[in-house]
Each structure stands twice: as structure tokens, then as C-alpha cells.
Design a binder for this molecule. Structure first.
Ligand SMILES: Cc1cc2nc3c(=O)[nH]c(=O)nc-3n(C[C@H](O)[C@H](O)[C@H](O)COP(=O)(O)OP(=O)(O)OC[C@H]3O[C@@H](n4cnc5c(N)ncnc54)[C@H](O)[C@@H]3O)c2cc1C
Length: 205
């Protein structure tokens, strides 16, 4: 975000003295979510990282407009609907995710547009010769490469079983994890980096 953003009266989050400058820059992290991360066990760690790096974390902030000429990003607070404008030099935006149209409009899709799937066998409920994994799948888990790594062997084993006409015995256990880089040579592994993640919904907040 922009150097000296507070002086131009555009950034209205924290008052100037609260924002310590590192290399004359300010960092803001604006997310729609109610929490920095929904996994309780990782949240406190990431909150400490944000505090240590002086990152101004703003929750429930939905990006509604970018003004390229003035280099300003406009956010709407999800509860109060207040508009907050923050100036930036550099901005990284993650757009809302959805399945591509080719999947959304196909008979393979479930109600949310992702490819329908049995979360254990990874087989499509209607089309037994279809085994979706990864980001296109409707698996109720994180869309990460780390999750795909654990889905792939299950898919392979069950696909071979299906071809042989045998029962699908391999089961995906819901493993998901995502490394969040927090510094040079450091990361926080976010999520259920363990087996048996299905049914552990008490870890979500
Ligand atoms: C910025 C960013 C950072 C990430 N960081 C991490 C991380 O640190 N750790 C982690 O575990 N995960 C991370 N992820 C998530 C991870 O990249 C994905 O979960 C993973 O790549 C999904 O793999 P996939 O094979 O299902 O889909 P993809 O990798 O998206 O592959 C889909 C492929 O299908 C192709 N394709 C699309 N449409 C068509 C079509 N009509 N015809 C033919 N081909 C088509 C695409 O070109 C693409 O090559 C990150 C994702 C992003 C965007």
C-alpha cells in the first residue's frame, strides 16, 4: 500500500502514530472473513506474525472498487456498509473463486458449480467413470496443492479398482494443509495437516 497513505487522508484505519514505518511503507491486509484464518490453532500464530510485521489487518472488508488513476482501493465493511478507501502503490487482489463455465454449465456440476464428488472415494455420484480431485472438485476441503497431493493416490487406487470392477476401498480422509510463507525460510502450515480431518469440524471457527 502507499507510502504516506495516512497523510493524504485516504487511509482511515489506524491513526498515524500507530503505523510504524518500515522502509517507509505500510502494509494492509483486507479480507472479507471474520477472522484472519478460520483455523483456531493457526490464527493466534498468524495474528502474532501480522503484529510483528506491523501489518494492518482489516476483517470483513470487501473490495468493491479499484481506482487505477488515483491508485485507490475502496472496501465496504460487511456489517456497517461503511466505505473505506486505501491508497496503494502496489496491490495484490484475490478475486472470488468459482468453477470455470465449462464445468458450471455441465451435468457434472453440483449445485455450487464444482464437479460433484463422493468425498471419500472421489468418484462422481452419477458418472462412475469420473473421478474429480483438486480445485475443480466439490470436495468440502481447502483448494490447495497440498490437499491434491493426498487426493491423487486415492484417485489412482480407486480408478484402477473401478476399471477392474472391484470395490473402491481407498478413502480420502479430508487432509488439507496450506503453507503460508511468513518470512525467509519460515512458513506456517495452516489447516489440518494430519490424517482423519473429516469429522474434525470442531477445529473450524
Ligand atoms: C496465488 C496462489 C498461491 C497458492 N499457494 C499455494 C500454496 O502455497 N500451497 C498450496 O498447497 N496450494 C497453493 N495454491 C493452490 C494450488 O495452486 C491449487 O490448489 C492447485 O494448483 C490445484 O491444482 P489443480 O490441478 O486442481 O488445478 P490447476 O493447477 O488450476 O490446474 C488446472 C489446469 O487445467 C487447465 N485448464 C483449465 N481450463 C481448461 C480447459 N477448458 N481445457 C483444458 N485445460 C484447461 C489450466 O490451464 C490448468 O493448467 C495457490 C494458488 C494460488 C492461485
Amino acid at each position: 500500500m502507499r507510502r504516506n497513505a495516512s497523510e493524504n487522508h485516504v487511509s482511515r484505519g489506524r491513526s498515524l502514530p500507530q503505523v510504524r514505518r518500515t522502509f517507509e511503507s505500510e502494509s494492509h491486509l483486507c479480507v472479507c472473513a471474520r477472522f484472519l484464518i478460520r483455523f483456531l490453532k493457526n490464527r493466534k500464530t498468524l495474528e502474532k506474525v501480522a503484529a510483528r510485521k506491523d501489518i494492518d489487518v482489516r476483517l470483513k472488508h470487501n473490495l468493491v472498487e479499484i481506482k487505477p488513476e488515483s491508485k485507490e482501493a475502496v472496501f465496504e465493511h460487511l456489517d456497517t456498509h461503511e466505505k473505506v478507501t486505501i491508497a496503494f502503490d502496489m496491490i495484490h487482489v484475490t478475486p472470488p473463486m468459482s468453477a470455470p463455465d465449462i464445468i458450471k454449465t455441465s451435468p457434472l456440476a453440483n449445485a455450487t458449480g464444482w464437479v460433484d464428488v463422493d468425498k471419500y472415494t472421489l468418484q462422481h455420484p452419477k458418472y462412475p467413470n469420473v473421478f474429480p480431485i483438486g480445485d475443480c472438485s466439490g470436495l468440502p476441503t481447502s483448494k490447495t496443492g497440498e490437499a491434491v497431493r493426498k487426493q491423487a493416490p486415492v484417485l489412482v487406487q480407486n480408478l484402477i479398482s473401478a476399471i477392474r470392477g472391484e470395490p473402491l476401498t481407498a478413502k480420502y480422509d479430508g487432509y488439507r494443509s496450506c503453507p503460508i510463507v511468513t518470512g525467509y525460510g519460515k512458513f506456517v502450515s495452516v489447516g489440518m495437516a494430519c490424517c482423519g480431518a473429516w469429522g474434525s469440524s470442531d477445529s473450524f471457527q
